[in-house]
Ligand binder design. Structure first.
Ligand SMILES: N[C@@H](CCC(=O)N[C@@H](CS)C(=O)NCC(=O)O)C(=O)O
Length: 199
């Protein structure tokens, strides 16, 4: 098996793991014990010097600096998986270029805008409703954010939205039925359940 995903219990590793599970891509799962600081050991710092999870090793690519390709940041991991293992960016070069740009946009949105609105308390009150109003409309039709099939962009945005009832059960989602439907659909999805350990 060429892919190894490093994760920990209740970490963002569940996001690329959901993608791998959903797409049926074979991978090794290495769960580190964060309680005992396994992610801070030298062996893992060689994979992610910041000792954060998730991280990915892809033996089908050789890093010119030596060894297999090693990646950290869930967004970068998703982009790599989408392009090289999920077949999301195949097809005519112009179409692939547009899809790559859109996919990058959504992955950055998920990690740099949505995640910050969720997890930075000073941003939540002001920023979250604004984002939710727009997401509610965009997600209402159930169409993929990029291309014709559920992909890495949907995975990232939906996974962050699904954090809402887990971390912020006090937030009333009543005004956003489209968002509620997306969360319910993720929660009922067997691949999501396997990735998050909720099954
Ligand atoms: N922006 C990074 C965040 C990575 C991150 O903060 N991971 C947390 C778990 S969700 C972690 O490894 N924390 C352990 C630590 O900081 O020591 C990503 O999306 O991968």
């Amino acid at each position: 098996m060429v892919l190894t995903l490093y994760g920990g219990a209740r970490t963002r590793a569940s996001i690329p793991r959901w993608y791998l599970e959903e797409k049926g891509i074979a991978y090794n799962w290495r769960q580190l014990d964060m309680e005992t600081g396994e992610h801070k050991k030298e062996s893992f710092c060689a994979i992610n010097p910041f000792s954060k999870l998730p991280a990915l090793e892809d033996e089908s690519f050789i890093d010119p600096a030596g060894g297999p390709l090693r990646l950290f940041e869930s967004g970068a991991i998703l982009l790599h998986l989408a392009e090289h293992h999920g077949g999301e960016l195949s097809g005519p070069p112009e179409l692939a270029a547009v899809r790559r740009a859109k996919l990058t946009q959504w992955l950055l949105f998920a990690n740099a805008t949505l995640a910050v609105a969720l997890f930075v308390p000073s941003n939540r009150e002001r920023e979250l409703p604004r984002l939710m109003d727009v997401l509610d409309c965009l997600l209402a039709g159930g169409q993929p954010l990029v291309g014709e099939q559920w992909g890495a962009a949907d995975c990232a945005v939906q996974a962050y939205l699904a954090y809402l009832p887990i971390f912020f059960p006090q937030i009333d989602l009543e005004p956003w039925p489209g968002v509620r439907a997306v969360i319910a659909s993720a929660q009922a999805n067997p691949a999501y359940q396997r990735a998050t350990g909720s099954r």
